[in-house]
Design a protein around this ligand. Sequence first.
Ligand SMILES: C[S@@+](CC[C@H](N)C(=O)[O-])C[C@H]1O[C@@H](n2cnc3c(N)ncnc32)[C@H](O)[C@@H]1O
Length: 366
Amino acid sequence: MVTDSFFDKQTGLTAAKIKIFKEYIQGYLPKLLTTFEECIIADLFCGAGKNGEEDGSPLVLIDRSNYILTSPHLKKAKINIVFNDQDNANIENLNNEISNVEINDNINIEQITNCKFDSLLPELLEELKDNRLPKFFFLDPYTYSNIKMENLKEIMNLQHTEVLLFIPIFHSYRFASDTTMPEYHKTRIFVEKFTTKGVTDYSGIDDFMESVKQKILADLELDYVRPVLLDDGGKKNSLFLLTKHQAGILLMNKIAIKMTDDGSTVKIKAQNQKSLFGVEESTKFDLFTQRIIKLLENQKNMSNGEIIEYTIREGYTPKYVYKIMVELFDKSKIKVYDSDGKEVISKKQWNIAEKITKEIYFKWED
Ligand SMILES: C[S@@+](CC[C@H](N)C(=O)[O-])C[C@H]1O[C@@H](n2cnc3c(N)ncnc32)[C@H](O)[C@@H]1O
């Protein structure tokens, strides 16, 4: 069983998941604490603290929080943490691990509970309903049946909230076209609740992931959902960042681009398979390039803000789309203007960047 072996040693897939969690926390906390000074992090399927020799999410969180709070301008910042796991032995082990680490005085481990997610959530939601501090939930269950779409909705309805959700995607994907699955089957329920297309033939795992993304976007009325696929060649898992903030999605895009060849799939055995996957990398980026060109062609005129927003939603960064715009400009496919209608020849003035300081327009030339 997964539960018996999970905490004995860390697999490549788990290591990749924890790396993404770590990188996100490390990028997210300093920005957030600079603005709000205080935040809440809830790791509600936190596990035992360690997976074999390696730190699990709770210890990674404490380590990164300690590190971030050493920054001179965050001296007054405070990080509140909630840990939960249904397994008593895990919580005992976690308490033991925590007692062995030094913890900054401004880290407040508010609660370490030993509950089922279902019974903890209503309490937590009630407690946080008027809380205006930024909140980050890490939901890392073993199976997709632990978390319902309604739970995600309730969590995302809290103010200033982000969720990093783990979904063991491959199991549901493998059976997603099986129309013989009975209605009460856990996989069928998941596929029907968590995809826009339901039980049907998917053209591949990307198609399935996209369908999950679109369903979460629609049901939760969110602007941003960022999936990352973790693939060790055999098993595949996934993480989905749910957020209302462009900055959050941009950070996850950067992490995913850094860890992947194609911006979307972390190949665990990448060392020897890199050249093979290079084909996919160019294909995905080419597809994005084609989509943005089509959009420009249809809309005729797009501002830098619109181009950046589209790019970030598609999983890329301003740096990527800037390169595309340069190429289109050099091929005389577009012309660039400022808000007074004056042509902007200098590419440095285009302001395709994370911070937009002026409006620039990109016009498609027929
Ligand atoms: C994948 S492990 C978590 C690993 C951990 N995030 C880490 O990085 O080490 C999933 C955990 O969820 C717990 N769990 C499973 N179902 C649960 C539920 N319904 N409520 C709370 N915890 C649950 C399990 O006991 C297990 O420790």
